[in-house]
Design a binder for this molecule. Sequence first.
Ligand code: HEC
Ligand code: HEC
Length: 258
Amino acid sequence: MSLPFSFLRLEAQKTPPLFFLSLLVILFFLVSPEVGAQGQSFKDDMAERTRACTACHGEQGRAGPDGYYPRLAGKPAGYLFNQLKNFQEGRRHYKLMTRLVDPLSDAYLQEMANYFAKLNLPYAPAMQPKERVSDRILQHGKKLALEGDSSRGVPACNTCHGTQLTGIQAHVPGLLGLPLDYLNAQLGAWQTSQRKARTPDCMREIVKQLESEDLVAVATWLSTQNMPLNSSPALQISEPLKAPWRCGSAPELSKGQP
Ligand code: HEC
Ligand code: HEC
């Protein structure tokens, strides 16, 4: 069974034509800052040039209001850059965004990734579990996140996502401060191969070992956890990943191991 994410398509259908037009105008400024610089009030800095992005991703990349447009601020730069390449190269799909990043050079993508990674903004308190979410589900999710499931060979999420689940430099995102809908959509996308990471794609292997119920449980638990005081990604993995686990998008996790 796969998680539903047909709302992605709904989203596209609902978008009025005027939106596409304004996207084009913004794109024009995004790729040719010198055009804007001749204007009176155009300030050529990254905050200004990423207006096209923050239209969806929220002010300063804090996340959109509806729980679907993900936060960019404070995520590891290497992770953000990898995602921009994933959209360009078809490992992730979201047409409206892909159109924007398609024409941009690697150097420019890196510059945007660095800009958003450096923004250190507060996080909203975590969502409270809905009353109908049973304690059993939350406990199951917590166990997967912090201990994994050795009977199925699944490592704990915090093996790779940092002991505090705030991510690891430079390519692993944190799992806290993300809305439940976004977490469900991403795990569902890995299940159906809509989302891929560079091979070997460790997230694909993990998701393959788990049932939809497990994924919903772990996403639910994660979405109800507050960010610790220090929300920065860890500087490195506490113990290098053991074979056979390998993540093509984050080679530093297994550095120095056969
Ligand atoms: C039309 C709305 C829209 C615009 C404009 C847009 N994005 Fe996105 N972006 C999204 C959505 C929706 C997702 C999540 C898609 C998915 O589920 O995979 C996303 C995902 C991302 C991700 C991956 C985040 C993560 O945590 O994995 C990055 C990085 C990103 N966008 C950067 C940008 C940048 C940089 C720009 C400007 C050049 C931009 N986006 C413009 C809607 C948009
Ligand atoms: C073996 C290492 C490893 C383990 C264990 C692992 N992950 Fe990941 N995860 C990664 C890497 C690497 C990425 C970044 C992939 C990419 O570049 O797209 C990632 C990305 C993700 C994302 C995308 C986040 C975003 O902002 O879009 C989610 C969600 C996720 N993992 C959830 C989990 C959950 C839940 C678990 C535990 C059940 C888990 N991961 C265990 C390595 C791991």
